[in-house]
Every structure is written in C-alpha cells, then in structure tokens.
Design a protein around this ligand. Structure first.
Ligand SMILES: Nc1nc2c(ncn2[C@@H]2O[C@H](COP(=O)(O)OP(=O)(O)OP(=O)(O)O)[C@@H](O)[C@H]2O)c(=O)[nH]1
Ligand SMILES: [Mg+2]
Length: 111
C-alpha cells in the first residue's frame, strides 16, 4: 500500500466521520461516545483527483492505565508508523484542548 493517510486524534472528535466521508462508505461506526473505534480500519479514497489509502484509528488517550485504551493507543501507533501523512483531527467547537496538544506533541516525536 502506498500514499497512506492516518486519521489520528483524541476520542470523539469526528475521525470516523471523516474516514466515511473520504472513503464514500459507512464502514466506520460513528457514535457520540468516546472510545467507539478500537481496531484501526483501512479504506481507499480519492480526493481532488488523487488516490490514497486512509486509516481510521481509535481515539488516542494520553497516559492511560486502562488496558483497552492502551491497546487502542498501540493500534494508533502502528498506523502512525505506517503512514506517509498523519492527519490530526480536532473538534472545532471545543477548540484545541490540552489533550489535543499532547497528541500533537506525540505526533511531532514520531517525525
Ligand atoms: N456537528 C458535527 N458533528 C460531528 C462532526 N463530525 C463528527 N460529528 C459527530 O461527533 C460524534 C463523534 O464522531 P466519530 O466520527 O464517531 O468520532 P471519532 O473521533 O471517530 O470517535 P472515537 O472513535 O470514539 O475516537 C458523532 O456523534 C458524530 O456524528 C462534524 O463535523 N460536525
Ligand atoms: Mg471512531
């Protein structure tokens, strides 16, 4: 797979909604509950005449002790390593929160 875009961000900001829009599908489950997406999911997208692969990921939880959340973080980490582009999604209504800032910090470390 080439041209991979990973959609990353804290829980419940609209990552799966964006995945569905980009892939023209309803494969990703969208719900107003944080932690809906768990496994990463791959799809094909075309935007402005360019084709690429897109990965939906679960919401990144900073410094979590919860086993489920740590496993989701591990999945996000795999997607980041694989991706050519990482797209950080934030909720425009809430603005940039401290969790967004921490996720951004982790992404910068991933170079
Ligand atoms: N108003 C508005 N609501 C949105 C938008 N995008 C997503 N939502 C809503 O926000 C909620 C969360 O959307 P998801 O796409 O499931 O969010 P997510 O980031 O994938 O969530 P997790 O998988 O739990 O991390 C749902 O109720 C969506 O309908 C948007 O652009 N505008
Ligand atoms: Mg989701």
């Amino acid at each position: 797979m080439a041209n991979i875009v990973a959609i990353v961000g804290r829980p419940n900001v609209g990552k799966s909604t964006l995945f569905n829009r980009l892939t023209g599908t309803r494969r990703a489950i969208v719900m107003n509950t944080a932690g809906t997406t768990r496994d990463r999911q791959y799809g094909k997208a075309e935007w402005c005449g360019r084709e690429f692969s897109v990965i939906d990921t679960g919401g990144w939880v900073v410094n979590s002790d919860d086993t489920f959340e740590s496993e989701i973080n591990r999945q996000v980490d795999l997607a980041i390593r694989e991706a050519d582009v990482v797209l950080l999604v934030v909720d425009v209504n809430q603005g940039v929160t401290e969790f967004d800032t921490e996720v951004a910090h982790l992404l910068r470390q991933a170079k």
